[in-house]
Design a protein around this ligand. Structure first.
Ligand code: GLC
Ligand code: GLC
Length: 668
């Protein structure tokens, strides 16, 4: 009897079917097989394709069954949903383009393909970068010139009119925003990118739909089946109870997490903007419907699927409704479906939460890769304090990941910076976390005396004193202020800060991700306030429009170090990317910190096979010294070459680092 299935305790909430569950799983599959056979016949699927699918189905079925049983087993109609989910998955394989199936076959044999040091990412908004998908195809040479092999296009699907949260309020997952092009343009672009050796990353915005998605419209028209797709309440009773334990994510949009809908005369759960309706995954029909949307998106040619806002997808009364165990099960269930029908596609987690929670999403069975928000925040923290104690503390026990997974290391993205470091990590080195966050907010909004930064507050919460920071890499690193003040030395320091941070994300282990615009040191763009659909969201300040005329500045008749600031930054970044790709030691994740007895200098060793590289990074504008002997033992050698400056360095003397200097030392 299904109700009496025994569950084995599992680590990390990951599936590992016990005997009882495995037996029920096999029995269910046996009962479903005739249905699957009929499906193959109806669709006239050839023997080889059936076989490939069934091999993977057998491999993953028990885990999938256990996950779904945990999520939905108490429903009277569980078996119906199980059948629907199986057929949806079979359809996905049937309709998968052959070119992608070829990639699938290849990638199951090489599940850590993203661990190569040759992988370098970029992210952009199609409209702001090149207007539309057709023109974006013409920019492939530009990506190659910079050295990118991974491209995240910000959400490009059909959205509601007016404010659409930068594409994150999707009204139809199966059509492209007509201003950007069509689904066919997207497929053409994906093909062209693949041909150029660039993988495509798209979002799966699965926590919510826009309020004008067809399901939401049917709900608004009073259709109860679709009202059950969302969290809809007739009065404040339940919302008030939930509210007791919830955070507010966008407190300046609206207080609380629920929005009154006048037409329905009911309350709707809206974690983010009021027009983003949270999907109700306690309903298995939602899981299946979203699995169909996921497969559709996958088949446009996606290599990496960015799972948006993963922390919020499961809700339970009396909890924060963030990072709940069933949120993990849900993602693992999606992962199993992908392993069965689109196995070449990898999941990337977007969990901008406490570091302990961030890692729980990362495993080959859940999300293979993940944003690294802790590193991001702590690099900015070190830049402000000129010390890397908190960064080192955090890296010492938080950088290591399971095999076949990777960090995505970034400095800026389309979102804000939140100070998501661990309070206990801070306390252990004598830092009061609350005060320190207040300091960082004041520093990065330029209110702290001596600050070089020109950030803007995002979602300031006057009740809690909480705030996040918006701003471009260049403006936060001091370039905007230095230009305003016509301060030549300030400009130089700002450039060095940018390159220091970029050089660390390029070498610390994982996939570096550049938010396009960074390569030109683009400043904050305050024009967004003129657009009523953007004015209320300060994140637009760091989403500037690409200026193609900058390319003319790459005139090669000049010395590499000469010319405009933009030219210097572009060429330096381009060179560091090329160097990364040539350094085998930078593949994979293995990273060991080296204690150089200098709190201003971050130092670590990277190694892969027999290759080693020592990284030294000075977070202070003052020169620093590192003992040559320490270097000799860490690098196991006497002579090194700095892959950044080309300089040769011997360990018989101390090593001198200029202000903000970064060294990548390889043995010679
Ligand atoms: C993610 C996106 C962010 C968006 C939010 C709601 O965090 O990165 O831009 O506002 O989800 O979809
Ligand atoms: C919160 C959420 C994150 C989202 C961000 C947008 O930090 O945790 O998912 O990207 O808000 O500002």
């Amino acid at each position: 009897m299904i109700g009496s299935i025994q569950h084995r305790a599992t680590t990390n909430g990951r599936a590992g079917a016990s005997d009882g569950v495995r037996f029920e799983a096999e029995l269910s599959l046996k009962r479903l097989m005739p249905r699957l056979q009929q499906h193959w016949e109806d669709a006239q699927v050839d023997e080889t394709l059936r076989h490939e699918f069934e091999v993977r189905l057998n491999e993953h079925w028990s885990d999938l069954f256990e996950l779904l049983f945990d999520l939905y087993g108490t429903r009277y109609d569980f078996f119906y949903h199980l059948e629907q989910i199986l057929l949806t998955t079979a359809d996905a394989w049937i309709h998968r383009p052959e070119s992608l199936r070829r990639l699938d076959r290849h990638r199951v044999l090489e599940p850590d393909w993203f661990a190569s040091q040759k992988v370098v990412g970029g992210a952009l908004y199609v409209d702001l970068f090149s207007e539309n998908l057709g023109k974006l195809r013409e920019s492939i040479d530009y990506f190659k010139q910079l050295g990118l092999t991974y491209l995240h296009l910000m959400p490009l699907f059909a959205v509601r009119p007016g404010d659409n949260d930068g594409g994150y309020a999707i009204s139809n997952y199966r059509s492209v925003d007509p201003r950007l092009g069509t689904i066919d343009d997207l497929r053409l672009l994906a093909d062209a990118l693949r041909e150029a050796g660039i993988t495509l990353v798209l979002d799966f915005v699965f926590n919510h739909t826009s309020d004008d998605h067809q399901w939401a419209q049917q709900a608004q028209a009073g259709d109860r089946e679709y009202q059950q797709f969302y969290y809809i309440f007739p009065d404040r009773t339940l919302p008030d109870q939930y509210e007791q334990t919830l955070r507010e994510i966008f407190p300046t949009v609206r207080r609380g997490n629920f929005t009154w809908h006048d037409g329905m005369r009911q309350w709707v759960w809206t974690t983010f903007n009021s027009f983003q309706w949270d999907l109700n995954y306690s309903n298995p029909a939602v899981f299946r419907a979203m699995a169909e949307e996921m497969f559709f998106i996958a088949d446009t040619g996606v290599d990496i699927l960015r799972l948006d806002a993963v922390a919020f997808i499961w809700k339970e009364m009396g909890t924060s409704c963030e990072n709940l165990p069933k949120a993990h099960k849900l993602i693992q269930a999606f992962n199993r479906l992908a392993r069965i029908a689109t196995p070449g596609m990898v999941f990337k987690s977007e969990a901008i939460v406490h570091p302990d929670d961030v890692v729980r999403y990362i495993s080959p069975e859940e999300c293979q890769i993940s944003y690294n928000p802790t590193l991001m925040a702590l690099l900015w923290e070190s830049l402000a304090t000129r010390e890397c104690r908190l960064l080192v503390k955090s890296l010492s026990h938080r950088h290591r990941l399971p095999p076949d997974t990777a960090w995505v290391n970034y400095l800026r993205c389309h979102d804000d910076i939140g100070w998501t470091f661990d309070d206990a990590d801070a306390a252990q080195i004598g830092i009061n976390a609350y005060d320190h966050r207040q300091f960082l907010n004041r520093f990065y909004t330029g209110q702290f005396k001596g600050s070089f930064a020109r950030g803007v507050p995002f979602q300031e919460n006057l009740d809690t004193g909480d705030m996040r920071i918006a701003g471009t890499l260049a403006s936060l690193a001091g370039l905007e202020k230095a230009i305003e003040e016509d301060d030549e030395e300030g400009k130089d320091l700002a450039i060095k800060r940018m390159l220091l941070l970029q050089g660390i994300t390029l070498s610390i282990g994982g996939i570096p991700l550049i938010y396009l615009g960074e390569e030109w040191a683009m400043l904050n763009d305050y024009e967004f306030v003129k657009d009523p659909a953007k004015a209320g969201d300060t994140r637009w300040v760091h989403r500037p429009k690409m200026q193609w005329e900058f390319l003319a500045e790459l005139d090669d008749s000049l010395e590499a170090s000469g010319g405009s600031i933009r030219r210097r930054v572009f060429l330096s970044l381009q060179r560091m990317i090329a160097a990364r790709k040539s350094l085998r030691a930078l593949a994979g994740q293995a990273m060991e910190l080296v204690n150089v007895n200098n709190t201003h200098v971050l130092s670590f060793v990277r190694h892969c096979d027999s290759h080693r590289l020592i990284v030294l990074a000075n977070f202070s504008e003052q020169p620093q010294t590192v003992s040559g002997n320490l270097l000799r033992t860490a690098g196991i050698g006497r002579f090194f070459e700095d892959a950044i400056s080309g300089q040769t360095i011997g360990t018989s003397h101390d090593i001198h680092l200029d202000g903000y200097q970064l060294m990548w030392l390889k043995r010679v």
